[in-house]
Design a protein around this ligand. Structure first.
Ligand code: PBG
Length: 327
C-alpha cells in the first residue's frame, strides 16, 4: 500500500479549520478582478430599476456620477458602458453610434471628468442603435460582415476620441479586431486598448440585458454571428485570431455555462482572459434568492470564484459592487 493512500492520506486534514482552509486556498477574488457594467440612458434625474434585473439600474448621466464614485470607492478599477438609445435614433447605418455628442460619447467624457483613474470600457456593437436590433448592418435579412466591421471600427474611434481607455466589441463580425486596431492606430489612438468579445455564444442568457437596452433582435436570431453552444474548437480559434489581430484582452461570454471554454481559451492565448457573467446568470441568482431558495451572497461568491478557478483574469459582472463590498 502506498503512503499516499488512506489512512496515511486524509484530505480532510487540510479542511480541518478555517485557518488551514485559508492557507491552502488556491484561488482568490479581489475587487481588482471586476469590471462593472453600467446602463446609461438619456435625460436627467432618472435612476430606474431594470424589471428583469432586480437591484440593477439604468442611469441618466447626472445620477451616474454618484454611481461611478461608489464603484471607484469600492476599489473596482473598471466600468463597461452600454447606452440605451431611444427608438427614433435607431436606423440601419449606426448614425447615432458615430455622433460625437451621442449618449455613449458624453458618458465617457463625464466619467473621465469625474473619475480620471477609472478605466472606462465601451461596448462597441450596433444592436442598441439598430432599428433591427442586430449587431451589424442588415441587407435582405442578412447581416453584412465587412460593412459592419468597418462601421464598428469607426465607432471604436469615436469612443476613443471621447476618451475611452478600452473599446469592447461585442458583435462577432469576422476581422473586426484587425480593422479596429488599424483604425485606432491611424487616428492617433495607439494607446486605446481592445477587449474583444472573442468567444461569444448565441445565448438565451442575454434575455434580461435585451430588456435593459430594449435591443432584442426584430427578426430572426443572432446565430449567423454568435457561436453555437455545442462548440468549443471555434472558441479557441476565435480567441487566437483576435489575439493575432491585436486584441489586448479576450473575453468568453456567457460565463457559468461556459467555464470549460474559459479554461480552453486561457490555455491557448497569451493575453488576459475576461469572462462575462451575463444578465441571465445574475437574474437567476437574484430570482432564486428573492424566493428564499438560495443564499444570495453565497451563491454569488461561489459563482465568482468559479470563474477564477476556470482561469479568468477579469470578470465583468453585475455583482461587482456587492462582491467588492464583501471582500
Ligand atoms: C450586444 C450585447 C449583448 C450583451 C452584451 N452586448 C446582448 C446580445 O448579444 O444580444 C449581453 C450582456 C448580458 O446579457 O449581460 N452586442
Amino acid at each position: 500500500m502506498s503512503h499516499s493512500q488512506f489512512p496515511y492520506s486524509r484530505p480532510r486534514r487540510l479542511r480541518a479549520s478555517a485557518n488551514i482552509r485559508r492557507m491552502v486556498e488556491e484561488n482568490h477574488l479581489s475587487a481588482s478582478d471586476f469590471i462593472a457594467p453600467l446602463f446609461v440612458m438619456e435625460g436627467t434625474g432618472v435612476k430606474e430599476e431594470i424589471a428583469s434585473m432586480p437591484d440593477y439600474y439604468r442611469f441618466t448621466l447626472d445620477l451616474l456620477m454618484d454611481e461611478v464614485r461608489k464603484i471607484e470607492d469600492l476599489g473596482i478599477p473598471s466600468v463597461l458602458l452600454f447606452a440605451k438609445v431611444p427608438d427614433e435614433k435607431k436606423d440601419n447605418k449606426g448614425t447615432e453610434a458615430l455622433n460625437p455628442d451621442g449618449l455613449m460619447q458624453k458618458a465617457v467624457r463625464a466619467i473621465k471628468d469625474e473619475c480620471p483613474n477609472l478605466v472606462v470600457m465601451t461596448d462597441v456593437a450596433m444592436d442598441p442603435y439598430s432599428s433591427y436590433g442586430h449587431d451589424g448592418i442588415v441587407d435582405n435579412g442578412q447581416i453584412l460582415n465587412d460593412e459592419s466591421a468597418d462601421l464598428l471600427a469607426k465607432m471604436a474611434v469615436s469612443h476613443a476620441d471621447a476618451g475611452a481607455d478600452f473599446v469592447a466589441p461585442s458583435d462577432m463580425m469576422d476581422g473586426r479586431i484587425l480593422m479596429m486596431r488599424e483604425a485606432l492606430e491611424e487616428m492617433g489612438h495607439a494607446n486605446t486598448g481592445i477587449m474583444a468579445y472573442s468567444a461569444k455564444y448565441a445565448s438565451s442568457y442575454y434575455g434580461p440585458f435585451r430588456d435593459a437596452l430594449d435591443s432584442a433582435p426584430g427578426f430572426g436570431d443572432k446565430k449567423t454571428y454568435q457561436m453555437n453552444p455545442a462548440n468549443s474548437l471555434e472558441a479557441v480559434k476565435e480567441a487566437i485570431t483576435d489575439e493575432q489581430e491585436g486584441a489586448d484582452i479576450v473575453m468568453v461570454k456567457p460565463g457559468l455555462p461556459y467555464l470549460d471554454i474559459v479554461r480552453a481559451v486561457k490555455e491557448s492565448v497569451h493575453v488576459p482572459v475576461s469572462v462575462y457573467n451575463v444578465s441571465g446568470e445574475y437574474s437567476m441568482i437574484k430570482a432564486a434568492a428573492q424566493n428564499g431558495w438560495l443564499n444570495e451572497e453565497e451563491a454569488m461568491m461561489e459563482a465568482l470564484i468559479a470563474f477564477k478557478r476556470a482561469g479568468a483574469d477579469l470578470i465583468a459582472t453585475y455583482f461587482a459592487k456587492d462582491a467588492a463590498r464583501l471582500l
